[in-house]
Design a protein around this ligand. Structure first.
Ligand code: MLT
Length: 297
C-alpha cells in the first residue's frame, strides 16, 4: 500500500520516514516496517532480547507502563518475572527498575523476564509503526526492530522477505537524528546491492539520500560509523549525562543475529522459546564480540 499501484507500476517500494511525528498510517500499511531508534531504545530492546529477556512490552507513557506492569503482576500472581524499564530526558524514570542504557540489560538482570518499557520516542514509534487494523488503510504487515547491534541480520531478513519496506526512524524531540538515518542508510544500501541481482525495486528519495549519506559518512566498510554517531546531537547529550559508553555500544555492529518482531503488544524473537531464563530453541543468543562492520570501541 502507501502509494497507489498505478504510480509504482506494481514494483516494490523502499522508503524511509525521518521522525515519529511524520510517520502516518498509510506509510506502514501492508508493508514491512523497520523501527529504528539507535540512541537508545531499539539498541536496548535488541540487547535485552539477546540477553535472554522473554519479551518487551512497549508503553507510550510512564503511566501506561506502570498500569500494564500492575496488570501483569496481578495476572502472574507476583513480580518475579517482571521488570519496568525506560527513560525520560535520558534518565531512568523514578520507581522503575531499569533505565534505557543497553549496558544495564545484562543476562543476569533480564534473562527470562518480561520487561514493560517506555521511552520518549522509541516505544511510541514502535506502537505507531504497527498501525491499526481498524484504520481504513490497515496495519503494517510486520514490524521489525533494528539497531546497529543486529544490522546485518535485519538487512538479510528484509532482502529475504522482499515486498515493500519502510524504515521508521524515531528521531529526537520531533527532529531528524543522524544516527537513525545512518542506520536506515545501511539497510537501504544493503537492499540496493541485493536488488542489482535482479529485483526491480523503487527506492524513494529519502531512502536514496540515507544510503548515500551512510556511504559518505560510514565509509566503504563502516570504518567511520562510530565516529559519525559519537558526533551526533543526541550522542553529545547522552555523553553529557555520563552515558558515553552507551553511545559506543549502540554504534557497534553485529553483536547478535536476532531479529526482534513487534506483534500484538509484545516484542519477541520469533521462534525462540524461553524457559526459566534459559533460551532453549533457536534464536541464538551471542555474546558480545567483534562486529562484522565498524566497531564502536
Ligand atoms: C527515546 O526513545 O527517545 C530514546 O531512546 C532516548 C534515550 O536516549 O534514552
Amino acid at each position: 500500500m502507501g502509494r497507489p499501484e498505478s504510480e509504482t507500476g506494481g514494483r516494490k517500494v523502499v522508503d524511509v520516514i525521518p521522525t515519529l511525528q511524520t510517520l502516518k498510517a498509510q506509510d506502514v500499511a501492508g508493508r514491512t516496517a523497520v523501527v529504528v531508534d539507535i540512541l537508545r531504545a531499539t539498541s536496548t530492546i535488541v540487547t535485552a532480547l539477546a540477553a535472554g529477556a522473554r519479551e518487551i512490552r512497549p508503553a507510550v507513557s510512564p503511566r501506561e507502563a506502570r498500569a500494564r506492569y500492575l496488570r501483569l503482576e496481578a495476572a502472574l500472581g507476583g513480580r518475579d518475572g517482571l521488570l519496568l524499564g525506560g527513560e525520560r530526558f535520558g534518565l531512568r524514570i523514578e520507581g522503575f527498575d531499569l533505565g534505557n542504557s543497553p549496558l544495564e540489560y545484562t543476562p543476569e538482570r533480564v534473562a527470562g523476564k518480561t520487561i514493560v518499557f517506555s521511552t520518549t520516542n522509541g516505544t511510541r514509534t514502535l506502537r505507531r509503526a504497527a498501525g491499526r487494523r481498524s484504520e481504513p488503510s490497515g496495519a503494517a504487515a510486520r514490524v521489525l526492530v533494528a539497531s546497529f547491534l543486529n544490522a546485518t541480520a535485519v538487512a538479510e531478513r528484509l532482502a529475504d522477505l522482499g515486498g515493500d519496506v519502510v524504515v521508521a526512524c524515531a528521531g529526537t524531540r520531533g527532529g531528524f537524528s543522524l544516527e537513525d538515518i545512518l542506520m536506515a542508510g545501511l539497510l537501504v544500501d544493503y537492499l540496493q546491492r541485493r536488488a542489482r541481482d535482479g529485483e526491480d525495486l523503487i527506492f524513494r528519495d529519502l531512502a536514496r539520500a540515507a544510503a548515500a549519506l551512510y556511504r559518505a559518512m560510514a565509509g566503504e566498510s563502516g570504518e567511520n560509523l562510530a565516529r559519525a554517531i559519537v558526533s551526533a546531537d543526541h550522542a553529545r547529550y547522552l555523553s553529557s549525562l555520563g552515558f558515553g559508553a552507551d553511545v559506543a555500544r549502540c554504534a557497534t555492529c553485529d553483536l547478535t543475529d536476532i531479529v526482534p518482531e513487534y506483534r500484538a503488544g509484545r516484542v519477541t524473537v520469533p521462534g525462540r522459546v524461553t524457559v526459566s531464563g534459559r533460551v532453549t530453541v533457536s534464536g541464538r543468543v551471542t555474546a558480545p564480540g567483534p562486529g562484522r562492520r565498524g566497531s564502536g570501541s
